[in-house]
Write a protein that binds this ligand. Sequence first.
Ligand code: A2H
Length: 256
Amino acid sequence: EGIGVQEYTCVKLQTLEWSDRAKEVLGDKIPKDANVYFIPATLRPETVYGMTCCFVGPKVNYGVFLLSPEKNEYVVATPRAARNMAYQNLSPGWGLITQIAELVGSDLVGTLVNAPLSAYKDGIRILPMESLKDNKGTAVVACVPSDSPDDYATTLELQKKPEFYGIKKEWVDKEIVPLIETPKGNLIAKTLYEELGINSPKDAKPLAEAKEVAYKLGFYQGTMIFGDYAGKSVQDARTLVGKQLSDEDLAFKYAE
Ligand code: A2H
């Protein structure tokens, strides 16, 4: 995808309770007292307040990888992302990866994770996103339906057919809290979804357009209306939230 480096913020969503299927697959592979994090890669750290769930690709292969032996920390990511991280001094041993388990995305669905700074203090669920790419970021995506048209489209789809996707309706039925005021209102993803006549996460072309418009309006003309930096521009809030997350050891930077 073009030249240059994309810098992502990986937010650390700590696992609170594995899904039944993940428990079966993992058995006793996870060391006692380990801290295991799902690490969605985001370009918009200022939107962490609005996370309603976290997506994995149901058919994507994931591993559990050592992040820090000192802190007994592990991450769920694709082997590809783990390898990249090992060359960015994010895990111990330059270029070396330590994998302790292997799972497919559908095994992880239903897992409960902590969502730092979000409105959902009891945690959010890991849910399936079929359009998620296995070769971008960590292949884990924070769902922010207020500001990401892709996340909004998948949220609606899951709400329509929870049984089909093997999830509980309450896992996806979360209130969408407005985070950012833009020239097109404060729920930009929903507004563009409706304006462009999008019907499903498979409507790739209008979704790509919605994504571009939402990104431009939100990032260049948006003002925060929620959280610690309410009143500030999105550009300023992005830096401030990014710094706060890093300072509190709730996120790290990852490039590819
Ligand atoms: B963004 P770029 Cl609120 N497959 O984070 C599909 N999408 C992925 C992905 C993958 N493997 N890895 C990351 N992403 C998403 C927040 C957000 C994002 C908002 C608004 C727009 C937006 C919450 N989801 O992205 O191709 C992640 O979603 C629109 C560009 O590297 C990540 O940032 O430019 C973004 O795509 C990275 O996209």
